[in-house]
Design a protein around this ligand. Structure first.
Ligand code: KG4
Ligand code: ZN
Length: 340
């Protein structure tokens, strides 16, 4: 079964053709980084305008690259939320219209569920129960999955998402956008010995908080550069910040794993590209009975393949969606909802 999946929840217009849920025939992403760079973050109004411009070329390219025509596609899928409402509407409306025109099933996809699913595309033997962490520009959310396709939210960020913190710190250091890859590169080989604070959430929940860390970096930067070269100073800030984010994430994962005793831990979302974070999480669970999984980098950031693949697994369980499904900027993923 061939599924065409479209993702447009934020600033990437993405489309992919996936065969039987696992064979990715094409996975095209048109990034808007150059559009948003000068603002140091995504400008929603510009994002939706660019999605409108990009959607047809991106979908055509996905079909061409997969060497299939529209008539060969068995089902169509698009992200319905959470995300930027204007951006979501472009991809969702386009896909619903095409599915209606060619009279093939349509599947609405939850963006968080798609990120979690991105780990499962390349790994068939994942055992449950599992913990799943989505760390991206818009989300830092931890879920418990007692079995495939069932989700219980354990914790989420109370302020900034981890990727948002990377982006904001890069912006205050005038490093460019998006901040994650730039900070990762800068942090390589640096000391990382500034003791930035790691938020302690006093009620003992598994929630995250990154805005205090961002403020601590700002305060440190305002103190000015000590007697060392600017790039040594910048590298040290980048490495210390990355260290603090990684420690915060590892601490929460370790606590959740002690309590829930999962067989697998699934890490996804743009920030999961970060090699230092991957190393820290991997070593935190080394020698333990739990296996840690990450998606390959092209499936970590927003993409259409995770949408198309998840749609396939929904369709074979009889979960097509109605064309009356609307975009929902605040869509959640809680127990049972992954079934919708
Ligand atoms: O999943 P994604 O493409 O979009 C959202 O759904 O938000 O994630 C984008 C986020 C950005 O904040 C970006 O700075 C961050 O992922 N990111 C990284 C890295 N690559 C991307 N953060 C840390 N290290 C990276 N290597
Ligand atoms: Zn995402």
């Amino acid at each position: 079964m061939l599924v065409l999946g479209v993702e447009s929840s934020c600033d990437d217009t993405a489309a992919a053709v996936v065969s039987d849920g696992r064979r990715i025939l094409s996975n095209i992403v048109s990034s808007q980084i150059s559009v948003h760079r000068e603002y140091g973050g995504v400008v929603p109004e510009l994002a939706s305008r660019h999605h409108i411009r990009n959607i047809i070329p991106v979908v055509s390219e996905a079909l061409d690259k997969a060497e299939v025509g529209l008539e060969d596609i068995d089902a169509f899928a698009a992200t319905r939320g959470p995300g930027l409402i204007g951006s979501l509407l472009v991809g969702l409306s386009f896909v619903k219209a095409v599915s209606y025109a060619v009279r093939k099933p349509f599947v609405a996809i939850n963006h968080l569920e798609a990120h979690i699913h991105s780990v499962l595309i390349e790994n068939e033997g994942v055992e449950f129960p599992a913990l799943a962490l989505v760390v991206s520009g818009g989300h830092t959310s931890l879920f418990y999955l007692p079995e495939p396709f069932r989700y219980r939210l354990l914790g989420r960020t109370r302020d900034d998402a981890a990727g948002e913190a990377f982006d904001k710190v890069a912006k205050l250091l005038s490093l460019g956008y998006p901040g994650g890859p730039i900070i990762e590169r800068l942090a390589e080989g640096a000391r990382g010995d500034i003791p930035f604070p790691i938020a302690k959430i006093s009620d003992g929940s598994l929630d995250f908080s990154f805005s205090g860390l961002k403020t601590a970096v700002l305060r440190y930067v305002k103190k000015g550069m000590p007697d060392e070269e600017r790039d040594v100073w910048l590298k040290n800030i980048a490495a210390s910040f990355q260290e603090a984010v990684s420690t915060a994430i590892c601490d929460k994962l370790k606590r959740a794993a002690r309590f829930y005793n999962p067989r697998s831990i699934l890490i996804s979302g743009g920030v999961s590209c970060n090699r230092y974070l991957r190393k820290r999480i991997t070593s935190a669970f080394k020698g333990k009975r739990v296996k840690v999984y990450f998606p390959s980098p092209e499936l970590s950031t927003d993409n259409g393949a995770m949408v198309a693949s998840l749609a396939y697994f929904k369709l074979i369980r009889g979960k097509a969606s109605s064309l009356s499904v609307d975009a929902d900027a605040d869509l959640t993923l809680a127990e049972g909802e992954g079934e919708g």
